[in-house]
Design a protein around this ligand. Structure first.
Ligand SMILES: [Zn+2]
Length: 100
């Protein structure tokens, strides 16, 4: 994608929770978040392009490790995953599916 940028930076906002944990554990019936969903994010992954607003994803360290180290032993970095996700997005796939 022409002009797209990717950045993976340390998250400094302690009130920002890990998106992955939030997706995994979700909200309770009363609308509050599951206790395990309330994990402060360590990493902030941001992708931006001229055509789209920035897409931001937050990860705690455990989730970052989990998405980067695959069961078959390969290492697939978050940054590479984001780049691949953007490439796939251009082909019509959903970004969130690429990160899941
Ligand atoms: Zn997490």
């Amino acid at each position: 994608m022409i002009g797209a940028t990717l950045s993976l930076i340390r998250n400094s906002n302690k009130n920002q929770w890990c998106d992955y944990c939030k997706t995994r554990w979700g909200q309770l019936k009363d609308g509050t978040w599951h206790i395990k969903a309330q994990v402060p994010a360590v990493w902030k992954a941001v992708s931006e392009s001229p055509k789209r607003n920035g897409i931001t994803r937050f990860y705690c360290q455990d989730c970052a490790n989990e998405v980067q180290n695959w069961p078959d032993g390969t290492y697939y970095s978050l940054k590479q995953q984001l780049e691949d996700a953007i490439t796939h997005y251009q082909k019509g796939a959903y970004y969130d599916e690429q990160l899941a």
